[in-house]
Design a binder for this molecule. Structure first.
Ligand code: BES
Ligand code: ZN
Length: 629
């Protein structure tokens, strides 16, 4: 299986003379097999999807149709294979130029990771298929919230999260990043609820209301991979932050979000200065309820973000820099398969840091690099050696289950290393050229390697050798000459930490007045594996850490509290686990709690209370940690 997989990474067109003969079909010529999709994009590819959907809050279903406009790449082809997961398909029609006839179809048995292939008989000259369907109330890519689970408590809320392979749970499609589509949509919601999408959301256009239903129309004229199709509906209001940036949020959250993210326009300007024009028109944020399973999701034109980064002091806005950075790395230049995820996340982590440096200065940027490096070392220790590479073999594995900071931080470390070797002038020009060369395309790690060899290594003397680049990509861990982020501010924190843990200084004597969130995180993450209760009490008395409202500081403190079995913080821990559904913040806490039988039993009780408010992904990960499945 393994040998076959590496063979398949050789660009398929090498063996497909029929394809190579037709340069007009460029979309798929450099595709490689995506082991997470049943689609056959080298035979037929989707160019446009039109959605016509009702958002049914009572049934927890999206219901309606998806019409796919196709381009055939191979002749003699009579079957279209789409990805689906738990969809109910009621009818499939196919045809040409708007004249559609019912056609036969079958659904394969469901694979637990990939879902079911939908096989549609495609008449000879058909260029359109229309699938009438409904999503399952348990769709892995949707979350349906009761009013109680929202900030405003009055209306229900629904949102999608398609990356990596969940678009198929709410749209039947070719669910692989190798297929880019434009899309349009007609979405009907209950009258008081507004729908938004990763498309043109015009706040000044009111819904078309008929009876108890509001209807919204969307157009996404730029071609995007399926994992970037996104929809949300709820009690949403909009406020602009600049001519092209703004915030969508529940009314009670809106003002705080606008204040927190006021620097967004400056971030867009900084990124454009480095890497060229922002390609997507508007850049808006959608602030979700706290159960959103991620920090952020780079849905084009409309980043989805957790409210847990609204700290009141802009200390966690690197999340916005990150999702914005994906407008270049990921959304414009896209990883060909999830094995190549570092091309999305590593580049984005690097670009994010450049934006942060531009807005807030070098000290903060380097602190964030150092925190990222610590995360990387922590995650290296958690996985098998074969997964400490930038190109893990994910065959037969669920990309969600194998989520780690490695593609982010090892990928970014490679780019910091190259920047250091070649200097910013040359390296910035290289990255800008890379984005420009591959815009609206997907690429593999091997295509990146070839491009870097030609455009960076060969064009510069005194650089590095190809073998070094390969070491970064394919060898486990960090090369011994990786650049170390050196933060003078953190060196000072480390001194204070030493003084505290060795008992030379009491908490009250620590010079923390000027500490930023980052310095606090450095300090708390550096506490011993098992702090003493006296140390925890001393810190809590001096700094009220159990009461701290910053979601990251609270997370770091609660981790230490679990390790120390500092029970005073457990009511706060319970409240935190129930209030927040962001995987990164809650899963490590469950993992630590699961280490002792008593804490594990307690955690299971808390989980039961929290579960109704969690996203399916968070539920899955938490159950795994608690041994509940
Ligand atoms: N694209 C990711 C989120 C994602 C990754 C969803 C993999 C599904 C599978 C997004 O850009 C991201 O990386 N979010 C981070 C925040 C960031 C600041 C590191 C997150 O959610 O924690
Ligand atoms: Zn990302």
């Amino acid at each position: 299986m393994k040998a076959l997989y590496s063979l398949l990474l050789v660009p398929l067109f090498a063996g497909f003379t029929g394809l190579a003969a037709n340069p007009a079909t460029a979309a798929a010529t450099d595709s490689v097999r995506d082991v997470h999709s049943y689609a056959e994009p080298d035979k037929v590819t989707t160019r446009h999807i039109h959605l016509d959907l009702d958002v049914d809050f009572a049934a927890h279903q999206l219901r309606g149709s998806a019409t796919l406009s196709l381009q055939r790449l191979a002749t003699a082809y009579d079957q279209l294979v789409l990805d689906t997961r738990a969809l109910t398909i009621s009818k499939v029609e196919a045809g040409r130029a708007g004249v559609l006839q019912p056609t036969t179809f079958s659904l394969d048995a469901a694979d637990p990771i990939l879902g079911s292939a939908l096989r549609i008989t495609l008449p000879k000259d058909a260029d359109t298929v229309k699938i009438s369907y409904a999503s399952s109330p348990e769709a892995s890519g949707l979350q349906w919230l009761t009013p109680a689970q929202t900030a405003g408590k009055k209306y229900p809320f629904m949102f999608s999260q398609a990356q990596a392979i969940h678009a198929r749970s709410f749209i039947p499609l070719q669910d692989t990043p190798q297929v880019r589509v434009t899309y349009s949509a007609v979405i009907r919601t209950p009258k008081d609820l507004r729908a938004v999408m990763s498309a043109d959301n015009d706040a000044s256009v009111a819904a078309t209301v008929s009876g108890a239903t509001s209807e919204y129309k969307f157009k996404m004229p730029q071609a995007i991979p399926s994992y970037l199709i996104a929809i949300a509906a709820g009690d949403l209001a909009f406020k602009p932050m600049s001519a092209r940036t703004g915030v969508w949020a529940e009314p009670v959250t809106l003002d705080a979000a606008v204040k927190e993210f006021a620097d967004t326009e400056q971030m867009v300007v900084a990124a454009e200065k480095l890497y060229g024009p922002y390609a997507w028109g508007r850049y808006d944020l959608l602030i979700l309820p706290p159960s959103f399973p991620f920090g952020g999701m780079e849905n084009p034109r409309l980043t989805f973000a957790t409210p847990t980064v609204i700290a009141g002091d802009k200390s966690l806005v690197s999340l916005i820099a990150h999702e914005l950075a994906h407008s270049w790395s990921g959304n414009l230049v896209t990883n060909a398969t999830w094995r190549d995820a570092w091309l999305n996340e590593g580049f984005t982590t690097y670009v994010e840091n450049r934006i942060m440096e531009e807005l807030y200065g070098r000290d903060r940027a380097v602190m964030e690099q150092a925190l990222g490096r610590a995360d990387l070392l922590e995650d290296f220790a958690k996985v098998d050696e074969k997964d400490r590479v930038l190109t893990p073999d994910l065959t037969g594995r669920d990309p969600d289950e194998n989520f780690s900071r490695i593609p982010y931080e090892k990928g970014a470390s490679l780019l910091f290393y190259l920047e250091d070797k070649y200097g910013r002038d040359k390296f910035d020009a290289f990255i800008k050229g890379y984005f420009n060369t591959f815009k609206f395309k997907t690429l593999t790690t091997e295509q990146f390697l070839a491009y870097a060899e030609k455009e960076l290594l060969n064009k510069n003397q005194r650089g590095i050798k190809l073998a070094k680049l390969k070491e970064w990509l394919y060898q486990p861990g960090l090369p011994s000459d990786a650049t170390q982020p050196e933060s003078p501010a953190f060196a000072k924190v480390d001194e204070q930490l030493q003084a505290f843990v060795t008992g030379k200084k009491k908490a009250a004597a620590l010079p923390t007045k000027q500490w930023t969130t980052h310095e606090w995180l450095r300090f708390l993450d550096g506490l011993p594996e098992k702090p003493t209760l006296a140390q925890m009490q001393d810190l809590d008395a001096a700094f009220k850490l159990t009461q701290n409202g910053n979601s990251e500081i609270a997370h770091a403190w609660l981790r230490a509290a679990i390790r120390a079995d500092y029970k005073v913080a457990f009511p706060r821990l319970e409240q935190y686990l129930i209030q927040i559904g962001r995987r990164k913040l809650v899963i490590p806490l469950y993992k630590l709690l699961a280490q002792t039988p008593a804490n594990k039993a307690w955690a299971i009780e808390v989980f039961k209370k929290a579960e109704p408010g969690y996203h399916p992904m968070t539920i899955g990960s938490a159950k795994k940690e608690l041994g509940l499945n």
